[in-house]
Design a binder for this molecule. Structure first.
Ligand code: SF4
Ligand code: SF4
Length: 179
């Protein structure tokens, strides 16, 4: 079974926010909400400091607390690639998943359901990359099957140093940042 994930090269990302705009357009994300965003973190110790610019979103965790805590089954793991999704008409807007997610990746849509990144599964099922990956002008984002040793994402993880976000949370994220 595939495990979809992203490998993002922080040395190439310039923080242009094209990914954020593409996501908002692709999904009609309401004003004031975002399914993805840019963060800037200063890393290292003086005088050897560097700034990491990251495009962030739901990590489609393999051990997802948002799914475990959902009382209705609205939050679930999709059979395709282990993508974590929300079935809007099963969601009662209780916000348990918002509290459970250590990445603050979810919000309550003005229509009353929990919303977040879907890895653009509707595009992936047509053989396309997620919208954010497709528009990135520096090509810093790569999407593919982490379980396939021949995939580009697996090859990048073999050849470059990387980290994921909050590994101590035990969520087993599916997004990795090349350093
Ligand atoms: Fe759930 Fe948050 Fe992990 Fe996404 S990042 S799967 S919303 S716990
Ligand atoms: Fe489940 Fe919706 Fe409650 Fe989140 S807000 S835990 S998706 S019912």
């Amino acid at each position: 079974m595939a495990r979809y994930g992203m490998v993002i090269d922080t040395r190439r990302c310039v923080g242009c926010m094209d990914c954020v705009v593409a996501c908002k357009t692709e999904h009609g994300v309401p004003e004031g909400y975002c399914r993805d965003w840019i963060t800037e973190t200063v890393m290292g110790e003086s005088p050897n400091l560097r700034m990491e610019i990251r495009t962030e979103r739901c990590n489609h965790c393999a051990n997802p607390p948002c799914v475990y805590c959902c009382p209705t089954g609205a939050s679930h793991v999709h059979e395709r690639g282990g993508v974590v999704l929300v079935t809007a008409n099963m969601c009662i807007g209780c916000k348990a998943c918002l509290a459970a997610c250590p990445y603050d990746a979810r919000f309550i849509h003005p229509d009353g359901y929990a919303d977040k990144c879907t890895f653009c599964i509707h595009r992936v099922e047509k053989g396309l990359d997620p919208a954010c990956v497709a528009v990135c002008p520096t090509r810093c984002m790569h999407f593919g099957d982490l379980d396939d040793p021949e995939s580009e994402v697996s090859r990048l993880l073999r050849t470059r140093a990387s980290h994921s976000l909050l590994p101590e949370a035990g969520t087993d994220p599916s997004i990795f940042y090349l350093t």
